[in-house]
Design a protein around this ligand. Structure first.
Ligand SMILES: CC(C)(COP(=O)(O)OP(=O)(O)OC[C@H]1O[C@@H](n2cnc3c(N)ncnc32)[C@H](O)[C@@H]1OP(=O)(O)O)[C@@H](O)C(=O)NCCC(=O)NCCS
Length: 151
């Protein structure tokens, strides 16, 4: 897409509604936002996509949330943001970049295309960590697949 710029914002300016598309719990989002790096894709100054990267112990990062507004999806914005996160972690000398996602759906290919690989399954993660059931493509999310890029 033309005219897209990718910039970091202070956490106070994070586009919360947008980030909730990826992690539906506002409580969870608020618990990690302050200590994280928030990066947005702007289309003529309007945030159309964003990601949040939380520093972990031992020089690793976790991609906590990545989302693009529905009307701007499938145009390469998500891939541009994901590549930005992978490059940032590499350039900052990180050992690993982690992400957790469902065990099915297009997101799995989205991450693996940028070099993420599966290292663990957290069974029942979505059942025990979210108050409401979460459905995608009509299937209830139960287990979380943990993926990483190791540098
Ligand atoms: C995941 C997400 C950030 C991808 O952003 P995006 O801008 O659509 O990504 P891209 O345009 O770079 O698409 C990359 C590929 O993902 C796949 N894809 C993206 N959206 C898809 C959809 N709704 N259905 C099927 N495949 C999809 C396609 O294979 C696409 O490649 P293609 O356009 O060559 O076919 C976006 O779909 C989103 O915000 N989803 C809701 C929140 C979410 O699930 N976040 C991830 C949490 S684990």
């Amino acid at each position: 897409m033309k005219n897209i710029s990718i910039v970091e914002l202070p956490w106070q300016e994070a586009p919360v509604d947008l980030l909730l598309l990826a992690d539906p719990s506002l409580e969870k989002l608020n618990s990690y936002l302050k200590e994280s790096k928030c990066v947005v894709a702007l289309d003529n100054k309007k945030p159309i996509g964003a990601y949040v990267l939380k520093p972990l112990v031992q020089g690793s990062y976790e991609l906590m949330s990545i989302a693009v507004l529905p009307e701007f999806q499938k145009k390469g914005v998500g891939t541009a943001l994901l590549k930005h996160a992978v490059s940032f972690a590499r350039e900052s000398g990180a050992r690993r970049l982690e992400v957790g996602t469902g065990t099915f759906g297009y997101q799995l290919a989205f991450y693996q295309r940028q070099g993420f690989r599966v290292y663990k399954v957290d069974r029942d993660f979505f059942l025990t960590n979210y108050p409401e059931p979460i459905y995608e493509e009509g299937i209830q999310l139960k287990d979380m697949l943990r993926l990483s890029v190791d540098y």
